[in-house]
Design a protein around this ligand. Structure first.
Ligand SMILES: NC(=O)c1ccc[n+]([C@@H]2O[C@H](COP(=O)([O-])OP(=O)(O)OC[C@H]3O[C@@H](n4cnc5c(N)ncnc54)[C@H](OP(=O)(O)O)[C@@H]3O)[C@@H](O)[C@H]2O)c1
Length: 255
């Protein structure tokens, strides 16, 4: 019975991943802040036959996150932890992000991710088994001028994850970095700009699950955009910057 913990499971890709893994015999721990949306996802997963528990918490609360991971793991060793919760940063008029937004984005997208990943890693190293998926973004390869703190946090997760992967794989722990392109989710809907090759959250979840099952170091998709984003890093900076003009956007103010 696989035991899977997913942060940011109340919406978008996290919710789609929860539904993807929900089946008789699977055990899910779903984490987010909004209890109603979390409960709705949990109900759908139970309907599909999974055993589900929810935890309402903010990933910035390091002590609470550690407590949850230790408690969940003590009940049944966690096989897979998907570090997915994030916000998008940016500015409603496309101006420079405010300091408050930049710090909040870094705190949730990087600090919050480390709060989940590091205790999970300690538990998994202790028993020599487990898998951690870090939800980064193609923005880690091709930083978005309108979302610097988002791009920075995602690049840090990519680097941290790949470095760690090398360090721990001989000890039985798999670390994978997921770098999606544009996915149709509430977060995705807040970007007012060009979103080429956008895919559904369900299709993204299926791609992610397949990549994780194959233990891919980087699960990057869709392929055409992934090639462009990764190739952009090889261009002279002046050319890369020019190309990024097509990807300018503003962030819709959240409800
Ligand atoms: N959509 C895209 O185009 C796209 C592209 C590349 C990468 N990604 C990445 O994919 C992941 C999921 O994004 P999404 O598009 O599915 O976004 P989403 O629909 O906005 O979902 C984000 C999730 O994160 C949770 N969350 C946010 N802040 C949190 C906090 N402080 N503590 C706990 N949970 C928190 C939200 O739940 P609550 O509000 O209930 O807490 C929600 O469940 C993110 O890491 C994102 O960066 C998305």
């Amino acid at each position: 019975m696989p035991h899977i913990l997913i942060t940011g499971a109340s919406s978008g890709i996290g919710a789609a991943l929860a539904r993807h893994y929900a089946a008789p015999g699977s055990r899910l721990r779903l984490v987010a802040r909004d209890p109603d949306r979390l409960d709705a996802v949990a109900a759908a997963c139970r309907q599909a036959g999974a055993e589900v528990e929810t935890a309402r918490l903010d990933v910035r609360d390091r002590a609470a996150v550690r407590c949850l991971l230790e408690e969940a793991d003590a009940r049944a060793p966690l096989d897979l932890v998907i570090v997915n919760a994030a916000i998008n940063g940016g500015h409603p008029t496309g101006d420079v992000e405010t300091e408050a937004v930049a710090f909040e984005t870094a705190d949730i997208n990087l600090g919050g991710a480390l709060n989940v990943m590091l205790p999970a890693l300690t538990l998994m190293l202790g028993r020599g088994h487990g898998q951690i998926a870090l939800m980064s973004s193609l923005a880690a390869f091709a930083p978005l001028p309108d979302a610097p703190s988002y791009s920075g946090a995602k690049a840090a997760l990519l680097a941290h994850g790949l470095a760690l992967r090398e360090k721990v794989r001989a000890r039985g722990v798999k670390v994978n970095v997921v770098t999606p392109g544009y996915v149709k989710t509430p977060m995705g809907g807040d970007y007012k700009g060009w979103r080429p090759f956008e895919m559904s959250a369900e299709a993204a979840a299926a791609r992610i699950a397949r990549g994780l099952a194959r233990d891919r170091d980087i699960v990057a998709f869709p392929m055409r955009l992934a090639i462009l984003a990764r190739g952009a890093g090889l261009l002279p900076e002046s050319l890369r910057r020019l190309g990024m003009h097509g990807f300018r956007f503003q962030i819709r103010k959240r409800r």
